[in-house]
Ligand binder design. Structure first.
Ligand code: COA
Length: 154
């Protein structure tokens, strides 16, 4: 699939929120799509588009990854999602590769992401692209574990 991966814009994040169910299904994660992320961490907030730009404004975002580099040199992935009609085609893998390059340029030595233990698709995806997964009890407070993914950057 011919893709362009480039810095995400405010309009991209707004479109991803508008089409939220196409990226996240029944889960409502719209509150996590804060626009300051794009303003303040623009180098590590990326969007994947069809190389030809898509057929309309509603077709501009095939996937996105919003993240940042922490002071301890971790490239932290806050959100990654691909649209329901392009899954399994390598869009998520390419977004991650582009994020890893951007994070490295900004000093990251390793990558980290988290997911809900019930999100089997996310666990399979992160494992397939080279992350190690471990469950951290109480990550989200008492009785709320999360799966933490880690990968060293070579
Ligand atoms: C997780 C997600 C981003 C994967 O994106 P994608 O574009 O389908 O992933 P890719 O096509 O690049 O797949 C990369 C690898 O992961 C594997 N993979 C991806 N999703 C998978 C799934 N649901 N089950 C098993 N393997 C999966 C692919 O088989 C592929 O492995 P391979 O290269 O060895 O064949 C996408 O399914 C998604 O947006 N899910 C909803 C949002 C979400 O849960 N995000 C993660 C929250 S932390």
């Amino acid at each position: 699939m011919d893709l362009r991966i480039e810095p995400a814009t405010v309009a991209d994040v707004q479109l991803a929120k508008k089409q939220h169910a196409r990226f996240w299904g029944d889960r409502d994660l719209r509150d996590l799509h804060q626009l300051p992320l794009v303003h303040e961490f623009g180098e590590t907030c990326l969007v994947a588009r069809a190389a030809d730009g898509g057929s309309s404004d509603d077709d501009l975002v095939l996937g996105y990854i919003l993240g940042m580099v922490t002071p301890s040199a971790v490239g932290y992935i806050h959100l990654v999602a691909t649209r329901d009609d392009v899954r399994g085609l390598g869009v998520g893998r390419r977004l991650h590769a582009a994020f890893a390059e951007a994070a490295k340029r900004h000093g990251a030595l390793r990558l980290k992401a988290i997911t809900n233990p019930l999100n089997a698709g996310s666990i399979a995806f992160h494992t397939a692209i080279g992350f190690e997964a471990s469950t951290v009890e109480d990550y989200y407070g008492s009785g709320s574990p999360m799966v933490v993914f880690r990968r060293e950057l070579g």
